[in-house]
Design a binder for this molecule. Structure first.
Ligand SMILES: C[S@@+](CC[C@H](N)C(=O)[O-])C[C@H]1O[C@@H](n2cnc3c(N)ncnc32)[C@H](O)[C@@H]1O
Length: 441
């Protein structure tokens, strides 16, 4: 069974209210509940019709789990074909690409425009549902909020720009008991967009916005971003903007500096994880070191050149752990999960936590720190840029831009991503410095 998360009754009722309040069902209206489970929304539709003395629409429920379909059939009897619908309401399954088989991925990529990049099943449900909505019909879906801004959902936003998105309600984080999700209830009418979209944010603010046409992110418009002007973006000033090194087994490759045997010093570098970077504190002196089976150009050393590191890695308990990583099916057993670009990492750079309450950038002046996977790093084209870039990135305006463009994580935290960092507009006067002295390696 994929992605079963039952929708609480209060949320179902609030969604059905949005579905019918402007145009109640008439005799013969048709309603679709895709991924109906055992029928939470069908019950909700019946409740609404009873309360308002309205006729029940004909309902088609689609479900892949045979057990749930049996339950739904027992409760509601009857079936309906898949034509087009006046109403569509539901909580489609959220199933990330990793949980789909190779066959499913290939089939979905063939059949759906929205099956791009790191697809998720709910995006495909959106596409199919919008295709089944009659002109003038209305759809209400509860889904993760990410479709409004992630790059993977660009094709869905392109499709949605041909519809009137009437309302986006950012539902509370605890809507599904026991799960932290960022759900949105989106109401869409099948007509060309002519009106603004009503937004209700999690802090209760209500406003009307014009969503952008095309597939661009809705985030800046929804959250009222500061529009930074400037012809260049961070990507133009940087040699590299990237997430830190993923070894796939930090427990084996990262050792406390105080416990590191002297013979392993030579093939190790100081390293910092996101949790060691504390807002309001200076860059800490690293107390951990990462063992590095790569040369300074980022080439994996042959086993016979690993010397003492080779002996350590070949210890049965270490080797067993390294060989258990799926990545080594395609590479030598002691390689990192991702090849580290040491040529660029080992330079003066800026460091930032991946999940943070406030984006903040620290300067690694010596350039010898290896950022772990929970740290992002920005290597500017010129050392002269380190200070002014840090000053700009830590300014209120850059922070506000990042806050409105980054994904949200739990409890008000932000998730920084290199795709977002790269697009941060930088002031023109910073760009001038690129032409100055190159970074010393
Ligand atoms: C998030 S649950 C919602 C269940 C129910 N509508 C509710 O709100 O309580 C999504 C449902 O979609 C079903 N599902 C997953 N993949 C499906 C598919 N490819 N076709 C139809 N249903 C699917 C799951 O079995 C699950 O019951």
């Amino acid at each position: 069974m994929k992605g079963f998360v039952p929708t609480p009754e209060a949320t179902v009722d609030a969604m059905v209210e949005r579905l019918f309040r402007k145009s109640p069902p008439r005799r013969g209206s048709r309603l679709l509940d895709p991924g109906c489970g055992h029928g939470a929304f069908i019950e909700g539709v019946f409740r609404w019709c009873r309360r308002h003395g309205a006729p029940r629409p004909e309902i088609a429920g689609i479900e892949m789990d045979p057990g749930k379909i049996r339950e739904a059939k027992r409760s509601f009897r009857g079936e309906s074909g898949l034509e087009s619908f006046d109403y569509i309401v539901g909580n489609p399954p959220y199933v990330a690409i990793e949980k789909l088989s190779e066959d499913e991925r290939a089939r979905y990529r063939r059949l759906f425009n929205t099956a791009r990049g790191r697809l998720d099943l709910y995006l495909l449900f959106w596409e199919r549902a919008l295709g089944l909505l009659r002109p003038g019909g209305r759809l209400v879906f509860i889904t993760p909020e990410k479709f409004a801004y992630v790059e993977t959902a660009r094709p869905l936003r392109e499709i949605l720009s041909q519809f009137q998105v009437e309302e986006i309600f950012f539902a509370p984080e605890n809507t599904f008991p026991g799960l932290t999700t960022y759900p949105t209830v989106t109401t869409v009418g099948n007509r060309m967009p002519s009106k603004a979209t009503v937004i209700e944010t999690r802090n209760g603010e209500r406003k009307s916005v014009r969503l952008p046409q095309g597939g661009g992110s809705w985030q800046p418009i929804i959250h009222g971003a500061v529009e930074l002007r400037g012809g260049r973006t961070l990507e133009d000033l940087a040699l590299r903007v990237s997430c830190g090194v993923a070894t796939g087994a930090d427990g084996m490759f990262v050792l406390a500096a105080t416990k590191l045997p002297s013979e392993l010093q030579r093939l190790s570098y100081p390293t910092l994880a996101g949790r060691e970077l504390r807002l309001g504190r200076v860059l800490p002196e690293p107390c951990w070191r990462m063992l590095m089976p790569y040369d300074q150009d980022g080439r994996l050393l042959p086993e016979n050149r690993l010397a003492a590191l080779g002996e350590y890695l070949a210890r049965p308990e270490v080797r067993k752990r390294l060989e258990a990583r799926t990545c080594v099916q395609r590479k030598p057993w002691y390689a990192f999960h991702e090849t580290p670009c040491l040529k660029e990492i080992l330079r003066p750079k800026l460091l930032c936590k991946d999940v943070t309450l406030e984006p903040f950038f620290w300067i690694d002046r010596r350039g010898d720190i290896i950022p772990r996977h929970s740290v992002y790093y920005v290597v500017p084209h010129a050392t002269d840029l380190l200070e002014p870039l840090a000053e700009f990135l830590n300014s209120a305006e850059a922070r506000s831009w990042l806050r409105s463009h980054c994904q949200r994580a739990a409890n008000g935290f932000l998730r920084v991503q290199s795709s977002v960092l790269k697009k941060l507009p930088v002031p023109d006067d910073l760009g001038v410095l690129v032409k100055s002295r190159p970074v010393a390696v």
